[in-house]
Design a protein around this ligand. Structure first.
Ligand SMILES: [Zn+2]
Length: 70
């Protein structure tokens, strides 16, 4: 009976370690530091992935792109 309890503790520990590691693996899929680009209208720096691409540059939002490019 002692060994059964020990086995359950070991299995529980392995399961717990796996649960802890899962989020790390998800975050490492993202590329390292994000490139920040300034909005051509207001100058606010936004991550390149979130920036709105316009004909005259990058913008923080579609609203600023429309205002700047008329
Ligand atoms: Zn802006």
């Amino acid at each position: 009976m002692k060994y059964l309890v020990l086995l359950l503790i070991v299995l529980g520990g392995i399961w717990w370690i796996r649960q802890q590691r899962k989020p790390d693996q998800a975050t490492t899929q993202k590329p390292g530091p994000q490139v920040m680009v300034p909005c051509a209208h207001c100058g606010t720096h936004v991550p390149e992935g979130d920036a709105v691409r316009g004909g005259k540059g990058m913008y923080c939002s579609a609203g600023h792109r429309d205002r700047h490019e008329g």
